[in-house]
Design a protein around this ligand. Structure first.
Ligand SMILES: Cc1cc2nc3c(=O)[nH]c(=O)nc-3n(C[C@H](O)[C@H](O)[C@H](O)COP(=O)(O)OP(=O)(O)OC[C@H]3O[C@@H](n4cnc5c(N)ncnc54)[C@H](O)[C@@H]3O)c2cc1C
Length: 358
């Protein structure tokens, strides 16, 4: 029986970068493939977010800057040509005017939009090749706690498990409500007219990559039946035509996938809370009392809810998770705690009742 310090379940960008950060330990990443899930469908654009000043926007933009350094240090091309964020409609033009004073990153105003030199993308294939971690091809079907170890698939022991399973919730954790959002990335060949030294983002992201145009967007909530299809690809091209004059095109490939979003859009990172034990010692949490003590499931962690910014958020979140595990550094807004508190106030009473009855 093989023993590990960390087994990471899920080889999307969140699991991959987490495994990379924990390489100094005996670590194993398990999935059917690396960057095959939502991550495999991503345009993997790295670009700032604009909004009224908010902690969420700050988080996203810090993550963008960190991700450029992270990928570049490993020797991954970030194709940093800059991105032009364009307003979608008249209403957006007004909003953009309001947002201007909150923008902290350097920008230029172009065509009612904002051009950020800190905009680029990474190639999923290059990320897969250059971030090397110990990997096992397979699916985790069973996870049991035996004394101080987790037994994975009755085959491996691990002191710690990290769940990085994206929209597929391998373990149902009551307060973690992952919302799947479907989207597609397509590549077309053809004839178009535009200044494509830079990338664009409006209703979708558009970049010229080699001879092709890459277009990506995620948009359909809770559509588990969604699958790659030509109608949706044509819809994407329609959106891209609002940005670029595409005169002729042929769809070269379509890649669809789900990204995982949390209910408040912040990523979900940290140690998994033992809901029953925590509510038992302080039942008034369900009535709005703040938890004085949280009981955790020893050796069980999560990194999920990367949203539409997985290729930058995962860089920041994986580093924060490592610092949390090794140095108990605070996770702030991304800590699982905030979701637990919200859930407990709404569902905790019912949960305790049902738990006792069963
Ligand atoms: C069309 C599209 C376009 C996007 N564009 C961008 C973009 O431009 N920029 C950006 O930053 N982000 C973008 N995103 C979002 C980004 O792709 C996601 O945020 C990111 O991929 C999430 O990574 P993840 O590792 O959390 O999940 P995933 O990539 O979904 O990985 C989860 C993995 O867990 C595995 N898994 C689940 N259960 C088990 C199990 N029991 N055993 C083993 N493995 C298991 C799955 O097989 C999967 O590979 C886009 C997403 C889509 C769909």
């Amino acid at each position: 029986m093989k023993h590990f310090d960390f087994i990471i379940i899920g080889g999307g960008i969140a699991g991959l970068i987490t495994a990379f950060h924990l390489k100094e330990f005996k670590t194993l990443l398990i999935d059917e493939g690396i960057l095959n899930g939502g991550s495999g469908a991503a345009g993997a654009f790295l670009f700032p977010k604009i909004s009224k000043h908010s902690s969420y926007t700050n988080f996203i933009n810090d993550a963008i800057l960190e991700s450029f350094s992270f990928y570049e240090n490993i020797g991954i091309n970030t194709h940093k040509n800059g991105v032009l964020l364009l307003p979608r409609d008249e209403k957006d033009i007004e909003k953009f005017k309001e947002y201007e004073k909150y923008i902290k990153l350097p920008f230029e105003k172009i065509k009612n939009g904002f051009f950020f030199k800190d905009g680029g993308f990474v190639e999923v294939d290059e990320v897969r090749k250059k971030i090397e971690v110990p990997f096992l091809e397979g699916i985790v079907k069973s996870l049991k706690k035996e004394k101080n170890f987790w037994l994975v698939n009755n085959e491996f022991y691990a002191k710690n498990i990290i769940l990085a399973t994206g929209y597929k919730e391998f373990l149902k954790i009551p307060y973690i409500n992952i919302r799947p959002i479907w989207g597609e990335r397509i590549e077309i060949s053809g004839i178009w007219e535009s200044d494509l030294n830079i990338y664009y983002h409006k209703n979708c992201s558009v970049a010229e990559v080699g001879e092709k145009l890459r277009i990506g967007a995620t948009h359909k909530r809770n559509c588990l039946k969604c699958h790659e299809n030509i109608e949706e690809a044509n819809e994407l091209i329609k959106k891209a035509k609002e940005i670029i004059d595409i005169k002729k095109y042929k769809i070269e490939n379509i890649k669809g996938g789900f990204r995982a979003a949390s209910i408040d859009y912040f990523p979900i990172v940290g140690k998994v809370i033992d809901v029953y034990k925590t509510l038992r010692i302080q039942p008034n949490i369900v009535k709005g009392e703040l938890p004085k003590e949280i009981k955790y499931i020893e050796g069980l962690y999560i990194i999920n809810g990367m949203g539409g910014r997985g290729f930058s958020n995962a860089v920041k979140c994986a580093k924060m998770l490592k610092n949390y595990i090794l140095n108990k550094e605070d996770l702030g807004k991304i800590d699982t705690k905030r979701l637990f508190i919200k859930w407990a106030r709404k569902e905790g009473e019912k949960f305790l009742r049902d738990f006792k009855e069963n």
